[in-house]
Each structure stands twice: as C-alpha cells, then as structure tokens.
Design a protein around this ligand. Structure first.
Ligand SMILES: C[S@@+](CC[C@H](N)C(=O)[O-])C[C@H]1O[C@@H](n2cnc3c(N)ncnc32)[C@H](O)[C@@H]1O
Length: 289
C-alpha cells in the first residue's frame, strides 16, 4: 500500500471511529480491507481509496465497521461481573430502594455477550429486584455486531467461552448447531447504534456504565473527551467499569478509582466535574466532527 493511501485511511478511521493506528499498521488495514475491496468488485486498496475519496458513504461505513475489533466473550475477565454482583448492585439496591429502578449502559457492547452477561447476573438476583424497573441499553458503532447482539444467536464455540454450563442450560435454547438467548433475557436489553465520538447526552443518566475494551483504541485526547462526557451521564453515586488495560488515572479527575476494586470508578466530587464541564466547548467541537 502506498504511503498517501495509508495516510488517507488512517485519517478517515480516526475521524469516523476514533481508531488511532500507528504508522506501522499497514498489514492490519490490508488484511481487513482487501477482502472487503474484492467483495465490492474492486482491484485492491488503491481503487478502494479512490472510491472512498469519491464520497461513497455506504463504502465508508463498511470500511469503518471492517476495521473495528469486535472480540468479546461471556463474563469476560470475570472479576468485573463479580464486582457488579457483589459491590455495585448491593449499593444500587440500597441507594435506589425509593424509586426502585436501575439504568445500565453497556457502551461498545459488541455482539452482545457483555450485556447478556449483565442481564443473566441480574436475573440471578430476581428476588432482590422484584418490582424494580431494570433497563439495560447496549450500544455499539457497528450495525453488523448489533444485529447479532439483537438476535442473540451464538455458536457452540462462543457459548463455550466464559459461560458457565448452568447459565447456558438456564438461559439459552439449542437449535441445531447454535444456541439462542431466551426471549425473556433478550427483552431486557435495548440495542442501539451509537458512536462514542458523537453526542450521547440523549441517552439520559445511568447508575452503571460498562465501557470496556474500546477506549484502548483511541488517543489520549479522545479518551479524555469521552470520560468527561461519560461523567455527565452518570449519577453522582453511580459506577463506571473499564477494561483491564484501561484507566482514567493521569487523564482526567472526573472519575476516581475505587480501592481494591480493579476497573471500578466513581464520579469525582462536583467541583472536579464542573471544572471539566468548563473545558467542554473544545471537547464538544471535537466530538461533533
Ligand atoms: C473489543 S470490543 C469490546 C466489547 C466488549 N465491551 C468487551 O469488553 O468484551 C470493542 C467494540 O467497540 C466498538 N467500537 C469501536 N469504536 C467505537 C466507537 N467510536 N463508538 C462506539 N463503539 C465503538 C466496536 O465495534 C467493538 O464492537
């Protein structure tokens, strides 16, 4: 791939999805975009770039989606789901006992294993949640992964990754070679397309936000921008859960880590949040591009 084509694709991906590719990732672009180019009847990357420069929006979407990494599995890393069950939900049950409702946002939920893991954890707590309104919103940039998440159909290989056998038996139905999440669990989740680079204030505020293994692909400025906007969508006593390789430390003071609970964060006091809000116009300009 020639250097101008690579630079063009790098810039396009950064603008559209936040993906921050270093100067040496030509192989990654080639391995993911060559099959896409061929499928579109194009001779290779140079012709693909020409078409993109011509402004084909369907092709731009396909390129952006093809470059997302959708790796996920049920109860990924286990510990965050233990924290959800043992630390987060007990606090929520106490703090929201008056209004009896809980709102959870699974940002970048990919093919659904993460939001379904949360839904199963909540189902296991049905007695405590009896009479509660439980909302789980799962979002992702990619329409393709959302379709799979909505259908809730997984291969034998996928259900063998992280899902305890009792949960498989209880919440899934086998049809031939595949397993489908039962309708009751599927009904607990609203799946929506959403790009974290763009405004998400319309989603309202949440008690819990899972935003795992997506910010690792973004540069520092983009991460800070997203953290600061996430802080405005979380209740003052809510929780943010990040992936194992992600942290707010050194980037923003809008969230603070919870001691002995790796990956869990709480919004910081109102003053820090207000200070970040004052810096918002520059961030908003960036997010709106
Ligand atoms: C590696 S998966 C992580 C899935 C899940 N959170 C987990 O930890 O298993 C990253 C997901 O982020 C999504 N993604 C990438 N860029 C995004 C963006 N700008 N806005 C929203 N989602 C994005 C991808 O489509 C992909 O499904």
């Amino acid at each position: 791939m020639n250097a101008p084509d690579y630079e063009y694709l790098r810039k396009l991906l950064k603008e559209r999805s936040g993906l921050d590719l270093s100067a040496d990732k030509q192989y990654l672009i080639e391995s993911r975009l060559l099959p896409l180019a061929r499928k579109a009847g194009l001779s290779g990357i140079p012709e693909l770039v020409q078409k993109l420069q011509g402004g084909s929006s369907a092709l731009i979407t396909s390129v952006v989606e093809a470059m997302t990494t959708n790796e996920t599995f049920f109860f990924r890393d286990k510990v965050p789901f233990d924290h959800f069950r043992d630390t987060i939900m007990p606090e929520v049950l106490k703090a929201r006992a008056g209004r009896r409702s809980v709102r959870i946002w699974c940002a970048a939920g990919s093919t659904g294993q993460e939001p379904y893991s949360l839904a199963m954890t909540l189902k296991e707590m049905s007695a405590a949640l009896s009479g509660w309104r439980v909302e789980i919103i799962a979002t992702d940039l990619s329409q393709e992964v959302l379709e799979k998440a909505k259908a809730g159909v997984y291969s034998q290989f996928e259900v063998q990754r992280g899902l305890p056998i009792q949960m498989l038996m209880k919440y899934f139905k086998q049809t031939g070679e595949t397993w489908q999440v039962n309708p009751e669990l599927r009904a607990m989740i609203q799946h929506r397309q959403l790009n974290l680079l763009q405004d998400f204030s319309h989603l309202g505020t949440f008690d819990v936000i899972f935003c795992r293994n997506v910010l690792i692909y973004f540069d520092q400025e983009t991460k800070i921008n997203i953290f600061n906007r996430l802080a405005r969508q979380i209740e003052p006593d809510g929780f943010l859960v990040l992936g194992a390789a992600e942290t707010v430390v050194g980037l923003t003071d809008t969230f603070k880590p919870i001691a002995d609970r790796r990956g869990l964060y709480k919004p910081n006091d109102a003053r820090a949040v207000a200070a970040n809000a004052a810096a918002a116009p520059r961030m908003a300009a960036m997010a709106g591009r």
